[in-house]
Design a protein around this ligand. Structure first.
Ligand SMILES: Cc1cc2nc3c(=O)[nH]c(=O)nc-3n(C[C@H](O)[C@H](O)[C@H](O)COP(=O)(O)O)c2cc1C
Length: 216
């Protein structure tokens, strides 16, 4: 049993990465082998519309034909049993690197059939972890939840299952006194970091453990 985490944040030790580590710890507690991949370490682009993955009787049918540093990661993700993606919300959506990764993972598997379908047939468990600077209420007002729900539906359609964990009101800056960001109350941010973020980490751990158990 293999659980893979994919970090779409440029930061390797901050909110998104920490939650991904917790999910993988949870998966590991149930005996899964785990690996965390940091997308920002890799040199790659999104889908280039070459359509090699769609070519009738093509050698690369259903497989991304682009060769770059994402190629081995796509293979590992497609072979994993538990797939956990993580991204901060940047201007209402996932980071550019996560978006490019999703295009390369999903487009080869997606079929232009009626209804639309997926070539992915393995039984896996998947989840997406989002971190947001916004509070839950603000995220709703700004309609970030629509994007998150649309990505969950896409993952369910392509990979069979998916669930979502959101961590809101995250602690964004190492030192709030050094940045100009008057809309934030540093004391409230510190309180959320000390009291709520550990609960999100606990939820992430439990989710990782459960996803492995569900596959048994
Ligand atoms: C370029 C950029 C854009 C952002 N846009 C949003 C946004 O639209 N909504 C939001 O809630 N937070 C936004 N944030 C805040 C991050 O989503 C939040 O701090 C997140 O937890 C960062 O993840 P990390 O700690 O793993 O780096 C933005 C941050 C950056 C750097």
């Amino acid at each position: 049993m293999k659980a893979i985490g994919v970090n779409g944040s440029p930061r390797k030790k901050w909110n998104t990465a920490t939650l991904l580590e917790k999910v993988l710890e949870g998966a590991g507690s149930q005996g899964a082998r785990t690996e965390l991949v940091h997308l920002y370490d890799l040199d790659y682009k999104g889908c280039i519309s070459c359509f090699a993955c769609k070519k009738k009787n093509g050698k690369r049918y259903g497989i991304c034909a682009v060769k770059d540093e994402l190629t081995p990661v796509l293979k590992k993700v497609r072979e994993a049993d538990v797939i956990i993606l993580g991204s901060p919300i940047y201007f209402g959506t996932v980071t550019g690197e996560m978006r490019s990764f999703l295009e390369r993972l999903f487009f080869p598997l997606f079929t232009y059939t009626d209804p639309r379908g997926s070539l992915f047939s393995r039984r896996v468990r998947t989840a997406f972890i989002y971190t947001l600077g916004a509070t839950k209420r603000l995220a709703r007002e700004r309609r970030f939840d629509k994007h998150i729900a649309a990505t969950e539906a896409l993952m369910q359609m392509i990979l069979g299952t998916s669930e979502t964990l959101c961590s809101y009101d995250t602690y964004q800056f190492e030192d709030y006194s050094k940045v100009y960001a008057p809309c934030f109350d540093p004391e409230k941010k510190a309180r959320v970091r000390a009291e709520v973020f550990p609960m999100d980490c606990e939820k992430a751990f439990r989710m990782g453990a459960r996803l492995v158990r569900e596959l048994r």
